[in-house]
Design a protein around this ligand. Structure first.
Ligand code: FE
Ligand code: ZN
Length: 517
């Protein structure tokens, strides 16, 4: 590139600005509004794109060099782990169900993040954010790829990893993370940036990655730990972008404040709802626990997030709505979630189980206000029933929240014995919600959320059977037909961990590795 070098030596920031700002121009034979059709309809006013502070200041060649180096290290470790049968060194095979949850529920979101950032990178009239979004888009496809590669090793030996791509679009519990991202990528470019760049990457990402990565480290899973660290090393950049976006928008025009505040409220709530899966993973699925969900929420949200929102107060931003409810729910969330998966273990592509006595004691200690009183008796009852041959499987489908798509399992703020239930009548139809948060999000954009593809409703409407299946045929088995549609193998991918192929194989293989046959 032909660049005039001035006498004065430029700092990195100025050098980078020269590079990025020079890439854009005012179009002449097309209207700028036609070239950037999504830039204005959300109501965000931007007066000067040049005020954008580039958060990365990385040139493309430096970017490739850094990332290539990371990839070399990552794949060396993944290969060594695979060649040494590293999967046999995890604490116990129940752990592997936590990474099934990750591959099926999280990795597809990395790919959607890639697409989302590529899309908004095209839509911003300013060059600085376009370049930043391009780089994050590349990071995100790397995350999707490295996660799939690392976890493909487990797919050789264990069930439930085989069709994450197919399942994300169909399986009931996966519609929760999927709808979260679908909502974000179908929003305008500014909302996407506040949703994913700020609320998710900046405010909530530690609650997702730290538990999985530390969980992997604590449970002997080097492969997952390594891709986790590799992805986390990009995270610093993503967080800087998320923060810059918020500050830039707020500094551009005072009219932007209420719009941004509403997005922060909405996306913190939606992100928190998705994190239900992580909370359950931390408290119930890791054989060796790192910390409880409640502790993680206190450290990563209440302390760190608290400081952040204090900082943003000078822009007029207040902390997200519904934090009172979240603070109350932190004693209950993971227990309510695991109880749900236990009941619906027949339609899961991972295994469920009852906590051992030791594990129940750990839960009592971590949740002194709730576990013994509300949740232990139910678990013990189910355990006794299972021992008598009455393993409880719930055979009716639950009502789903129209916004977050989670079954209506959450309880009233302040009363953990009452299911929280809200409803709205809209155009002659009744819609149902798990919370005030989800209800208010719906009421602001009903036309968006009435289009939601809700798995339970879709099953009842007969849309979740393979082509050619006749539900009126004699002896028709609806559960079997839904599992076929999901590509889940009954008796292999689902049901209890105890007695599963995974459990038996792991035991036999570990025996071969550690004992004389
Ligand atoms: Fe990522
Ligand atoms: Zn909801």
């Amino acid at each position: 590139m032909d660049m005039k070098v001035s006498k004065k030596k430029l700092g990195l920031k100025e050098k980078y600005q020269h590079m990025t700002r020079g890439l854009g121009w005012e179009t002449s034979y097309q209207q700028m509004d036609d070239v950037f059709p999504y830039a204005k309809y959300e109501g965000i006013k931007i007066h000067d794109w040049d005020k954008w502070e580039d958060p990365f200041r990385l040139t493309m060649d430096a970017y490739w060099k850094y990332q290539a180096e990371k990839e070399r290290k990552l794949y060396a470790i993944i290969d060594a782990y695979a060649q040494n049968n590293g999967h046999l060194s995890v604490t116990d095979a129940r752990y592997i169900n936590a990474i099934k949850l990750f591959l099926n529920g999280i990795s597809p979101l990395e790919y959607m993040a890639h697409r989302g950032f590529a899309h908004v990178g095209r839509q911003f009239p300013g060059v600085g954010p376009r370049v930043a979004c391009l780089m994050q888009s590349l990071d995100e496809i790397r995350h999707a790829q490295t996660q799939i590669h690392a976890l493909s090793n487990y797919n050789k030996y264990y069930n439930g990893f085989h069709e994450f791509r197919h399942m994300i679009e169909r399986v009931w519990y996966l519609s929760v993370p999927r709808s979260f991202f679908d909502d974000a990528v179908t929003a305008g470019p500014f909302e996407f940036m506040v949703a994913i760049g700020f609320s998710f990457e900046y405010v909530l990402t530690n609650l997702l990655f730290v538990p999985f990565v530390s969980g992997a480290a604590y449970n002997g899973d080097m492969g997952t730990m390594t891709f986790g660290f590799s992805a986390q090393s990009d995270e610093a950049r993503h967080m800087t972008l998320g923060l810059e976006v918020i500050k830039f928008i707020l500094e551009q025009d005072p009219d932007n404040l209420p719009i941004v505040q509403r997005w922060i409220d909405k996306w913190t709530w939606r992100g928190y709802r998705v994190l239900t899966l992580v909370g359950m993973m931390m408290d119930y699925m890791l054989p060796k626990r790192i910390m409880s969900w409640k502790e993680a929420w206190e450290v990563y949200f209440e302390e760190n997030g608290g400081a952040l929102f204090k900082d943003l107060a000078r822009y007029g931003i207040r902390p997200p709505k519904w934090l009172d409810q979240i603070a109350f729910d932190k004693d209950h969330l993971s227990h309510q979630a695991w109880a749900t998966f236990y009941q619906y273990g027949a339609v899961c592509n991972f295994h469920t189980w009852m906590p051992t006595d030791d594990e129940m004691d750990w839960l009592s200690k971590k949740y002194p206000n709730s576990f013994d009183k509300y949740y232990r008796p139910r678990l013990e009852f189910w355990r006794d029933e299972a021992a008598k041959g009455n393993r409880f499987y719930n055979k009716t489908l639950p009502m789903l929240c129209q916004t977050c798509q989670i079954p209506m399992i959450f309880t009233e703020p302040g009363d953990p014995t009452q299911i929280c239930y809200r409803e709205v009548d809209y155009k002659d139809t009744k819609y149902h919600f798990c919370s005030d948060g989800c209800k208010e999000i719906f009421e602001h954009e009903p036309e968006k959320y009435i289009q939601a593809w809700l798995p339970a409703q879709q099953i009842y409407q007969g849309h979740c059977f393979n082509e050619g299946v006749d539900p009126t045929a004699e002896g028709f088995d609806p559960l079997g037909a839904v599992l076929d549609y999901y590509h889940m193998a009954a008796g292999r991918d689902n049901f209890d961990f105890d007695g599963s192929e995974d459990q038996k194989n792991f035991e036999a293989w570990r025996g071969l590795a550690t004992k004389n046959a």
